[in-house]
Write a protein that binds this ligand. Structure first.
Ligand code: SF4
Length: 401
């Protein structure tokens, strides 16, 4: 395990303003591997590997809950992502959720239940599973619909149809889920503005509480990267994908969804608590293969391979692969960059209380230039993107790294 101290910074800076924390659990199994995906996920793992992994995950949850850092904390959210969490045995998943809810102190928001999200793919949901997940404590579902066009789903290697996506949503509603997110993707091979608009309209017709709208990115090492390098992927032009982003903003605004983060829209009160904690660079415990924990300036990553992960837990070892101590300045920069992803931006006073720094002090001329170029703006004690800056978010953020 490698620790990278930054000698220039105080190693023992006590961060008192991290606030409540979240828990992320990673389920690295999928029914099949999508050709654009670079997440830690494996297809074709047999049932015993998955069951052993779920048992190891539960043991890790207990071990991390006993850590003094966890014991001194309250938590507001549990997010089970992947991979495809809904692809493991229902009872094993329910037992894991129940164990987490019992082991950690989820009283961060008095009088409110913690937000418990489960990611699911349309073809791994049915009413029995939904009932059991709900009974175990899941109160937010995130369904990987991606598109309501069968042609687009086929082009991106998805194994479900548009109708199956719709049915998954209807089953979730019938099971009583009142907080549902749909994941949608744009910039897909063969997609044009009309097809994207059709997907957006079908999504709002279902009236989910939350929509995550991602642009397809071509990740190194994926089959799509290989096809793109041989010019065999019919991707929409950059100007078209920009129009798709604008189209999503317009259609979703008209239908009552607030654009609160670059890729996320919600009805009032349904913003994702767990993800806001990430964007505010808060603390979180990461459970499972490839998961990352981050608290008090320390970032720890676990072994990715689920079989090795399980073996490490079974033999009494912590499954950590690498650790990094983040300097105060590194954490400040990350907090600014992540915070700018939210349309509300970052609060100067909060940054100052937490780090003793403000963007003006730290970035000086760089910030002044971005302000004068009208890519960033200041107001009500916050720094945020202008609309022009939002469209160029990646290049602006690169100047603040
Ligand atoms: S279902 Fe999600 S995690 Fe699994 S391979 Fe496809 S994109 Fe990746």
């Amino acid at each position: 395990m490698e620790l990278k101290p930054d000698a220039k910074e105080s190693r023992f800076h006590l961060e008192t303003l991290e606030g409540p924390a979240g828990i992320y659990a990673h389920i690295p199994f999928c029914l099949s591997k999508c050709p654009y995906c670079s997440f830690v996920s494996y297809q074709g793992m047999n049932l015993s590997v998955k069951n052993d992994y779920m048992q190891a995950l539960k043991l890790q949850a207990h071990a991390m809950a006993c850590h003094p850092w966890s014991r001194a904390r309250t938590f507001h959210s549990l997010f089970i992502g992947g991979g495809t969490p809904s692809s493991v045995d229902t009872e094993k998943m329910a037992a894991f959720i129940e164990a987490c809810l019992e082991a950690y102190d989820f009283t961060a928001t008095p009088g409110k239940k913690p937000e418990v999200t489960l990611e699911a793919n349309p073809n791994s949901l049915n009413s029995d599973r939904l009932d059991r997940f709900k009974q175990a404590g899941v109160n937010r579902l995130s369904i990987g619909i991606q598109s309501f066009s069968d042609a687009m789903l086929k082009n991106t290697g998805r194994k479900h149809t548009a109708r199956e996506g719709e049915k998954a949503f209807e089953s979730a509603r019938a099971a009583g889920f009142k907080n549902i997110n749909l994941d949608l993707m744009y910039g897909l091979p063969g997609q044009d503005i009309a097809k994207w608009e059709n997907t957006l309209q079908q999504a709002v017709a279902l009236a989910p509480e939350h929509l995550s709208v991602y642009e397809l990115t071509i990740e190194k090492g994926t089959p799509f990267a290989e096809l793109a390098s041989r010019k065999r992927l019919d991707l929409p032009h950059e100007e078209v994908t920009l129009s798709m982003f604008e189209q999503a903003r317009e259609i979703l605004a008209v239908n009552g969804y607030r654009h609160y983060e670059i890729s996320n829209y919600a009805r009032n009160g349904f913003e994702c608590i767990h993800n806001i904690n990430y964007w505010e660079n808060g603390s979180y415990v990461g459970l499972g293969g490839g998961a990352v924990s981050c608290f008090s300036g320390v970032r720890i990553k676990s072994e990715e391979n689920p079989v090795r992960f399980t073996r490490m837990i079974d033999t009494g070892r912590m499954p950590f692969k690498e650790a990094e101590f983040l300097s105060l300045c590194a954490r400040f920069r990350e907090t600014v960059i992540m915070g700018l992803r939210m349309t509300a931006g970052v609060s100067n006073s909060r940054l100052e209380n937490r780090f003793g720094l403000t963007p003006q002090i730290y970035y000086g001329d760089t910030l002044n230039r971005l302000l004068s170029q009208e890519l960033l703006e200041e107001g009500e004690g916050r720094l945020r993107f202008t609309y022009k800056g939002l469209l160029l978010a990646n290049s602006v953020m690169a100047q603040l790294v």
